[in-house]
Design a protein around this ligand. Sequence first.
Ligand code: FRU
Length: 469
Amino acid sequence: FTSEVTEEFRPTYHFTPESGWMNDPNGLIYLDGEYHLFYQHYPDSTVWGPMHWGHAVSSDLVNWEHLPIALFPDSLGYIFSGSAVLDTENTSGLGTAETPPIVAIFTYHNAEEANTKSQTFQSQAIAFSLDKGRTWQKYEGNPVLPNPGIRDFRDPKVSQITNENGTKSWIMTLAVLDQINFYSSPDLKSWTLLSEFGKTIGAHGGVWECPDLLPFKTPSGEGKWVLLVSINPGGPQNGSATQYFIGDFKNGQFTPDDTMIRWLDYGPDNYAGVTWSNLPSDHDRTLFIGWMSNWLYANEVPTKAWRSAMTLPRELSLFDVDGTLLLKSAPAKELEKLRDKEYKVTKKSSSLPSEAVELISEVNSDSFMVTFSNELNEKLVISKELGLVNIDRRNAGKSTFQRDFAAIHSAPMSWEATEIRIFLDASSVELFVNDGELVMTSILFPSSPWKTVEVSDQVNSLKIYNLKK
Ligand code: FRU
């Protein structure tokens, strides 16, 4: 039982918990130079259990410092997913004018009650911190939004919007069975239902979870709202995935522009992702991170000391393909800090400097193939052909822990691919085509690190960066 064995598959530059179980990112907030990342965490085991909020901070989205657990389960239940806001004007009264509180809004899941016929075991609650997220106090009036009698009632994402008359309101976007409810509040403590969305639109192969409501500008400068909704099961690759809607949010109501089903990431392993709140206006961007796994096999993947990593942080924006708006996920620019040595490759085949690399290629035709292999004859194949982008992990290492794991995953891409960026880490691949116009995230467990990359003739340049923290 050497540390080498227990650390096998530990990523170099992706966020993982020090030990134990992790799922969704929670409470993403930027404050005073720190990006906070809370996460669904069970410290006592590497399988899902009584949920806590784990905590880490970073000044650059690349180097993370682990902090003590922020929220522990209590008599009201486990601490499920949620968000965090800075209550600048102390509308909640939980801080002072000089020390505005960070308020975390989360779901209580009462596990005992969930085992009964009860339908009311999930409710929304708040906690606050007056010391930059280091210590937390739960609000004594919890829950702030009791359950109306619906068993899936969770994952509050709160943001502040400015109304047409100039006043501000807190808006909560909540997943309720397989639809979204919007609530508003003046003080984060009392919540009023505004509207419901989604009963008859979108993918409904599973329960809706972890929503996020985001304002964007279109390429032509028009204001649009995007609603992210994770769904499990019922994703395009089986199991978990995140769909999104584009439309308007007016008078407390979301109205989609069309009925098209859109997916944020076509790989199997990007789930429950949400965005950071409170980014200062001088770096006004929409920064996203997701949980890099899938409920199909999250509890079975062959890591030992911990389970699951987060995706790379990504910057979301809208782009246009032949008149259709879609969401683009570009790797956050901070990731360029990871670049260590650069290798310009002129041959069709090259060895890889380490298991943590970024590859950038220009492609000059609408089909290409990039193959990674190791000395054990395992292969990871990335390609585009006949309008489909594919990641083939059928023979990419360990896969017997779950029968659906070894598979080819494909994504439709009707427009031209001109550039591909691939991030490899010890147990993942993230593919960004045209800087994120199409994204696929996939975890994998090669029995030995990838040693060689081989590219097809259509790939006319290849740069490899060794990545280092
Ligand atoms: C999504 C999810 C959430 C829930 C949390 C529990 O992965 O199921 O809906 O709050 O995980 O850990």
